[in-house]
Structure formats: C-alpha cells, structure tokens
Design a protein around this ligand. Structure first.
Ligand code: AMP
Length: 293
C-alpha cells in the first residue's frame, strides 16, 4: 500500500506540503475526472522527478459563458484514489477563490496561437489556460511540468509561454492515450451516448487516413480532403475544423511543402452536443508519420 497523497485545498496547505518534501518536483495539471490518459502523464512525471504534484482544478477563466463549466464532471474522491495508486505525493485541489483571490487585473495574452482553431471557436480559452498555467507553476515551483499531446494547441502555447516569459520550468509531453476503439481518452467522453460513442470513432479513423495520405506524398490540400471525407461520411459528426499546422508555431501549413515537413493534423467536431478534438503528428510529402514527441 502506498501512502495517500496530501490533499492541499488551498495555497497555504500547498506551501506546507511542498515545504515537507525535498528533491525535484514534477507538476501535472488537470481538471480532474481522471482517466488512463491523465495517468500516462503522472507516470511520465514519475520518471522525471522525485515528487509529483497533481493539480485538480476546473479553471473558470478558460470557460466562456454557456460552456460546460458547471456541468464539468467533478470526481475528487475517485481521482485521489487513482493518484494514490500511482504514488503521487501532493494533490492541489483548490476552489476558484484560492487560485483567484482577487479578480486578476493582469492577464496573459498568448498571442496569435490563441486566435486560430480552438481559439477561433473559443476566443478566451487559451488566455485562461495561459493564466492558470502561469499561476499554478508559480504556486508549485516544479522543475518540470508534463502536458498531453491530446491538447496539441495548448501544449504548443505552454511551450511558447515558458520560452517567451522565461518561466523557470521545463515542459515534457506525452502522446495521446486512446481507448481500444481508437477514441482519444477525454473526461468529456462520458457525455457521449452509446450511439454517439460509435460516431466518435470517426475522428481517429479520419486522422489515420490523413496520416497515410501524407506518408504517401499527399499535398496538404489532399491530406485535408482525405481526412475531411472520412468525417463527412459519418452521420452524427459535425465538423468544426480539419487543419494542418506547424508543430512549433501552429501556423497553418499549406501549398507546396518540402518532403519530410512535420505537421500536426488536427480535427475538431461535434458529436451530438459534445465537442471533441483529436490530432496526430504527420510527415508531409512522403515519409512515415511520427507518434508524438
Ligand atoms: P484536462 O484534465 O482535460 O485539462 O487534461 C489535463 C492534461 O492531461 C492535459 O495536459 C491534457 O492534454 C492531458 N490529457 C488529457 N487526455 C489525454 C489523453 N487521452 N492522452 C494524453 N494526454 C491527455
């Protein structure tokens, strides 16, 4: 039996828990409702530092009015049990008033990446993520923080944030964890009915078709068309976007590209009322696709 993690409900309890540890620290930030995908981040964190801090916080500033902030699943007891089994030392599970004791007058503008793709549909989302990532890194002071490629645009934004603001932390990432039917694991998958879950498989299938098209030398336009065709053929899936982007900047990749150009192939779609995102790294103009960095 491993020791149960210390649960810090506020920044003072967090500071006390951190003061009681020595050695290096890895941070995994989550919104809870933990699944196997989150646990791959925790295991990666374990390989990178002496102690793991997991934050569980449904961050209000990254939700717009009308989004699922209130409905977002909150399952703290079950989450802590899973983290205890992984040997996590500290869980920071604050209320919004602890993270935002006063409404912030200074915010973080993530720049152009916040305005495309996820940012086009959710214009305030990435700024809210940038703010909470900055604050929780400052509150936990880890040497390394681990993020998932599942949220590729967020991952690229966080890498840019850390680089451009000289935050004293390194960023590690893990590839997307998938269920056996190919669907990327997500806390929001629990919103899907059985029938919708079946439709949701089209996202990963579309990405596979797109990655194959890229590896066979397809142009960006052909890769996008092949990916889109799979989604369009699936009843019950409403496409939000299908895109190819530069993995480092998230600038759109189009036109003639050099053989071997890496890119994220990304999809977002609504299945019923649930909005799902998925992606894969591809190599354009021929060559095999990469699994993640
Ligand atoms: P969330 O709780 O959805 O905010 O996610 C917390 C972290 O877990 C983020 O860095 C996500 O990218 C990562 N994550 C969520 N689902 C997956 C998954 N299926 N595979 C890999 N990482 C994931």
């Amino acid at each position: 039996m491993r020791d149960a993690p210390v649960i810090a409900h506020n920044r003072q309890e967090l500071a006390d828990a951190l003061a009681a540890t020595s050695g290096t620290r890895a941070l995994v930030m989550t919104m809870g409702a933990l699944h196997e995908g989150h646990l791959t981040l925790v295991r990666r964190a374990r390989s990178l530092a002496d102690h793991i801090v997991v934050s569980i916080f449904v961050n209000p500033t990254q939700f717009a009015p009308g989004e699922d902030f209130d409905a977002y699943p909150r399952t703290l007891d079950a989450d802590v049990e899973k983290l205890a089994a992984e040997g996590v030392e500290v869980v920071y599970a604050p209320e919004p008033e602890d993270v935002y004791p006063v409404p912030p007058r200074i915010t973080v503008d993530p720049g152009p990446i916040a305005r495309v793709l996820e940012g086009a549909t959710r214009p305030t989302h990435l700024a809210g993520v940038a703010l909470v990532v900055t604050k929780v890194i400052n509150l936990t002071r880890p040497q390394v923080a681990v993020f998932g490629q599942k949220d590729a645009q967020q991952l690229t934004m966080v890498r840019t944030l850390v680089r451009d603001l000289d935050l004293p932390v390194s960023i590690a990432s893990v590839p997307i964890s998938r269920d056996t039917d190919g669907v990327a694991r997500s806390s929001r998958n629990r919103y899907l009915s059985e029938e919708e879950r079946h439709h949701a498989r089209a996202l990963s299938r579309a990405l596979q078709v797109g990655a194959r098209s890229a590896s066979l030398g397809g142009t960006p336009a052909a890769v996008l068309a092949d990916t889109r065709a799979v989604l369009a053929a699936e009843d019950g899936v409403e496409i939000d976007y299908v895109a190819l982007t530069d993995p480092d900047t998230f600038d759109c990749v189009e036109g003639d590209v050099r053989a071997g150009t890496p890119a994220f192939l990304l999809v977002a779609a609504r299945v019923g009322t649930t909005r799902l995102i998925d992606n894969t790294l591809v190599t354009l103009g021929g060559g095999s696709s990469r699994g993640g960095k």
